[in-house]
Design a protein around this ligand. Structure first.
Ligand code: IMP
Length: 180
């Protein structure tokens, strides 16, 4: 474990600029609407905190705990809700805030779930998208960055619960090689 290093893929300044742009776009689009940001835990907590502060229109924030079953870095698409929203979303404009859309299976599941609760609208804001790994095509209405098929950490994203605290998006290297 001691010889792990993390190299930078997207630095903190680039993230900050992009988050401000997304916040401005969302503020324009949701003017006069009943916006609810749904932070998908755990990976989206850093992104949501910054995005909320970049949004100038009134909104409330909800947290949704999900556990995606899979073998390590592979998602199975079976999503368990570990912590549900505190309040109903009926009649409100829901924006799901995700750290990364990888296979698309988690977002597809959440879209199906939320549509059963009769919101006025449901859209998706993702910081990262890995199109090479798509198994289910999902709409991403607001996207930070498209990245290649690499396992990334930092800015809320983890590798076995580590590296969430890094202020940038990076790649883990073990003993000179890249972690996959
Ligand atoms: P899905 O494959 O689109 O369902 O993504 C499920 C979840 O896997 C994401 O919300 C992330 O929490 C996690 N995930 C996918 N790719 C990565 C990665 O490169 N680094 C860290 N977590 C990831």
């Amino acid at each position: 474990m001691a010889d792990e290093t993390v190299s930078t893929m997207i630095d903190a300044d680039r993230i900050a600029v992009r988050v401000r742009e997304l916040g401005a776009q969302i503020s324009r689009d949701y003017e006069g609407k009943r916006l609810v940001l749904v932070c998908v835990l755990k990976g989206s907590f850093v992104f949501t905190a910054d995005l909320a502060r970049a949004i100038s229109v009134h909104h409330r924030v909800e947290f949704l705990g999900v556990r995606s079953y899979g073998d390590g870095t592979q998602s199975s698409g079976v999503v368990q809700i570990t912590q549900d929203l505190m309040q109903p979303i009926q009649g409100e404009d829901v924006l799901i805030v995700e750290d990364i859309v990888d296979t698309g299976l988690t977002i597809a599941h959440l879209l199906d779930l939320f549509h059963t609760r009769n919101p006025a609208s449901v859209k998706v804001c993702a910081l990262l998208h890995k199109p090479a790994r798509t198994r289910k095509v999902v709409p991403i209405d607001y996207l930070g960055f498209t990245i290649e098929d690499k396992f990334v950490v930092g800015y809320g994203l983890d590798w076995a619960e580590r590296f969430r605290n890094l202020p940038f998006i990076g790649l883990v290297h073990q003993g000179g090689g890249e972690a996959t």
